[in-house]
Write a protein that binds this ligand. Structure first.
Ligand SMILES: *Cc1c(COP(=O)(O)O)cnc(C)c1O
Length: 228
């Protein structure tokens, strides 16, 4: 078995993860350069985020707008121009303007009311982040995301109402279940709709996700350490 990544420094872990990503890509006959390693910095101490930045990492994901503002609009604002910031957590409509200003990509579009709020915000700023639709791939009651069978109608309505064409789909498979059938399902849904980007896979299953077509893997604890 491979080494326990927790014994390594953040820079070493980054190299190890990139290596594993490349092996998984090779297994699937895919170009490793086409797969993005999104470092999930939520709830991490600044020293860990600084170490990641020092190691050269420039793609980060956050799940809360307020926390992301404190980190990337204040503490690490000097890096902001030169990096990619992605929202991977649920977005409330009253935070849409902050989110449109801060994020390059919003991965969690999941309802028309939010689409309307994002369009309104984007009318103010003159910019619009790239959008992914979050799919509730396991059909879980408590989880956000569009139900898989509601996705075709949702995509159609986004286009007709707001001329929005999402670039990707994102999912978080149910805990305690094998992830691969869900990854396969998300990849199939994307393919059915001509959508080319897939955000799926986290610390425990990013290699599997890459083998099943992920273009973006969201890795927190395996890179930056266990969250407090
Ligand atoms: C926290 C989080 C991650 C990262 O989880 P790890 O298991 O620490 O890699 C990925 N995606 C989302 C949506 C998250 O909220």
């Amino acid at each position: 078995m491979s080494r326990d990544l927790s014994e390594l420094t953040i820079a070493e872990r980054r190299d190890a993860i990139l290596e594993r990503m490349a092996s998984a890509a090779k297994w699937a006959d895919r170009d490793p350069a086409a797969i993005s390693f999104v470092a999930v910095s939520k709830q991490q101490p600044n020293e860990h985020v600084q170490a990641a930045l020092n190691s050269g990492h420039r793609v980060f994901g956050e799940n809360r707008v307020q926390e992301a503002l404190a980190r990337w609009d204040k503490t690490f604002a000097s890096y902001r121009a030169d990096m990619e910031l992605r929202l991977i957590g649920p977005l409330q409509t009253n935070k849409a303007l902050d989110a449109v200003k801060l994020f390059d990509v919003i991965e969690t579009l999941d309802r028309m009311k939010l689409a309307r709020a994002l369009v309104k915000a984007s009318d103010k700023t003159g910019t619009m982040p790239e959008l992914f639709v979050q799919v509730n791939i396991g059909g879980e009651d408590q989880k956000s995301g569009v139900q898989p069978n509601a996705l075709p109608a949702f995509l159609k309505e986004l286009k007709s109402e707001y001329d929005i064409t999402p670039v990707g789909l994102m999912c978080i498979p149910p805990m305690g279940e094998a992830a691969s059938p869900h990854f396969w399902h998300l990849a199939k849904l994307a393919d059915d709709h001509g959508i080319t980007q897939l955000s799926m896979g986290m610390s425990g299953d990013y290699e599997t996700a890459i083998k099943m077509g992920a273009t973006h893997v969201r890795i927190g604890s395996a890179f930056l350490g266990a969250r407090a």
